[in-house]
Design a protein around this ligand. Structure first.
Ligand code: NDP
Length: 296
């Protein structure tokens, strides 16, 4: 049964549904189906990115849905190849054009570009300008570590509403979470059920099979994925689990009818290995991660 999704208030008062569907690595021809399944289930938030190559299909599914565009919180990301003030203003036009919308709910910078932080600042100034022009309802960042945030806040007029970072039981980044909290920035967990841990070759590190998580799942009659999502929500984080399978999309949304105990939450907190699954944010350069984002 569909029900209202609890929301998180951003630092400018905009309400963001606490759970959204992620579509990283969802092929364009699977994206419409995944987004439609999510919206049918009751999701009201989709997280895509210019770099995922599926904004057009996300937009099509949203427009075709029962509630239409107005019922959905759309989040997308500017890729580093489009950083710089003018480039990022144009990147908004590309993303909005593909999504088929005039306004984006949450527009974030996909990565810091430490090797050219001036370009990163130029891109962020463009986000601030889009916010002033009413083209976006909120702005934010992704994969920003504390030093990137410090350097950004030093120059920015608008505190980012969201910092989307790798965050699952095996990699929790407590220092980034604390910095975000101190500055009123919502922490949004990417790979919230540890997807990045499944893709590692040759290592048996899946969070889905973790003994502690499996035990907590059994005692709550829930799945390991549901336990991890509940853990994030109880700690105040936004989550954007990805699946292309309607059954899992529904499972990941069915997390509002149980509560983990303080001890269960603490046991999951204790699983942090400090080992990052994704790329090292300081290693992101235009050369190694160049990707041309097509026009709308
Ligand atoms: P997730 O933690 O969401 O895990 C996704 C993986 O788990 C997929 O392999 C999926 O497979 C599988 N899965 C989903 N639900 C279940 C379930 N209930 N039981 C078992 N397996 C399940 O990882 P992601 O890395 O995809 O991260 C989620 C989202 O975060 C992305 O889609 C993207 O929006 C964002 N992201 C952002 C990044 C950034 O740099 N800002 C980087 C990476 C992700 P299947 O599809 O076959 O169900």
């Amino acid at each position: 049964m569909a029900h209202d999704v609890p929301s998180i208030a951003l630092n400018n008062g905009v309400e963001m549904p606490s759970i959204g569907l992620g579509v990283f690595q969802t092929a364009p021809d699977e994206t419409r189906g995944a987004v439609a399944a999510a919206l049918d289930t009751g999701y009201r938030h989709i997280d895509t990115a210019a770099a995922y190559g599926n904004e057009r299909e996300v937009g099509e599914a949203v427009h075709a849905s029962k509630g239409g565009r107005a019922a959905v919180f759309l989040e997308t990301k500017i890729w580093i190849s489009d950083y710089g003030f003018d480039e990022t203003l144009h990147a908004f036009d590309k993303s909005a054009g593909k999504l088929g919308v005039d306004e984006i709910d949450l527009l974030i910078l996909h990565q810091a570009l430490p090797s050219d932080f001036d370009k990163t600042l130029g891109a962020y100034r463009a986000l601030e300008t889009l916010l002033k022009r009413g083209k976006v309802r909120a702005i934010g960042v992704s994969n920003f570590m504390t030093e990137h945030l410090t350097n950004l806040l030093d120059k920015a007029e608008v505190v980012p509403a969201v910092n989307q970072i790798e965050l699952h039981p095996y990699f929790q980044q407590p220092e980034v979470q604390a910095f975000n909290a101190e500055h009123g920035i919502v922490t949004q967990a990417w790979s919230p059920i540890g997807g990045i841990t499944f893709y590692r070759e040759g290592e048996h590190t899946s969070t889905l099979e973790d003994a502690t998580i499996v035990k907590i799942a059994e005692s709550n009659s829930k799945s390991p994925a549901q336990v991890m999502l509940r853990w994030h929500l109880q700690e105040g984080r936004s989550v954007i689990p990805k699946s292309t399978k309607p059954r899992r999309i529904a499972e990941n949304f069915d997390v509002f009818d149980f509560e983990l105990t303080t001890d269960e939450v603490a046991a999951i907190d204790g699983l942090d290995t400090g080992k990052r699954g994704g790329p090292e944010p300081d290693a992101i350069t235009l050369e190694s991660f160049a990707l041309e984002i097509p026009e709308a």
